[in-house]
Design a protein around this ligand. Structure first.
Ligand SMILES: CC(C)(COP(=O)(O)OP(=O)(O)OC[C@H]1O[C@@H](n2cnc3c(N)ncnc32)[C@H](O)[C@@H]1OP(=O)(O)O)[C@@H](O)C(=O)NCCC(=O)NCCS
Length: 196
């Protein structure tokens, strides 16, 4: 699918796109030294987790169709992604204890990991990835979508590398609004997609 207004296209992470995803992760040292984007999945990231274990688990999620992840392509090169899924599929959010304290109702969907290749940052890749994830959620019936991005205002400028769950401004642009604070710089943000 073409990402509107950009040069990018998007595809889901599947058996057919696995090698593109692998090339991106390997070009970025496994992402955070080898997490392979497994942290939000039910298995999580125990302190003794190896990159090999994480890669195998991710591959198993692809085989079992228990992962939803939009990959962004610049021509034929995969340059970023946005993960999404139900709370059951993505139970391991950051600041989970703080999140649980004031929890009223779980959302239908969560935005999990968002990541752009180091050499492609600041060129709209994350924006295309989030657009792709929201389009995919809408196509699956929509509902309440939560994200857990990082506040930027009143804070020194942050390198992209430190914006683990994405910049708040990006989510604001798509209509997400603050629900509650769960860490010094992290918010629960919500968006109703489709329906009421
Ligand atoms: C955060 C990150 C995803 C942003 O990706 P990106 O492709 O560079 O973002 P985009 O170019 O699409 O920017 C979209 C918007 O986000 C905001 N933004 C992006 N990077 C930003 C930064 N470093 N500081 C402030 N705002 C930023 C801006 O609002 C931007 O809109 P604008 O260009 O109109 O100003 C990227 O820096 C990254 O991958 N960081 C590492 C994240 C990570 O470790 N993920 C794994 C988690 S386990």
């Amino acid at each position: 699918m073409t990402a509107p207004g950009t040069r990018y296209t998007t595809r889901e992470l599947t058996d057919g796109t696995w090698t593109d995803f692998v090339a991106l992760v390997e070009a970025n040292n496994g992402v955070w030294g080898g997490c392979w984007c497994i942290g939000f999945h039910p298995e999580g990231l125990p302190s003794d987790a190896t990159a090999e274990r994480n890669r195998d688990l991710k591959r198993r999620h692809v085989d079992d169709a228990t992962v939803h992840q939009v990959l962004v392509y610049d021509a034929e090169r995969c340059v970023g992604w946005c993960q999404y899924g139900s709370p059951a599929e993505l139970p391991n959010i950051k600041n989970a204890a703080s999140y649980a304290k004031e929890l009223v109702e779980l959302p239908d969907w969560r935005i999990g990991c968002i990541f752009t290749d180091r050499a492609h940052r600041g060129q709209g890749v994350a924006r295309a990835a989030l657009q792709g994830a929201l389009d995919a959620i809408r196509a699956r019936g929509g509902g309440v979508v939560e994200a857990y991005p990082e506040q930027l205002e009143d804070r020194p400028p942050q390198r992209g590398a430190y914006l683990h769950t994405g910049p708040e401004s990006l989510f604001t642009d798509f209509g997400f609004v603050r629900d509650r604070r769960i860490a010094k710089w992290r918010w629960v943000m919500r968006l109703q997609l489709g329906g009421t």
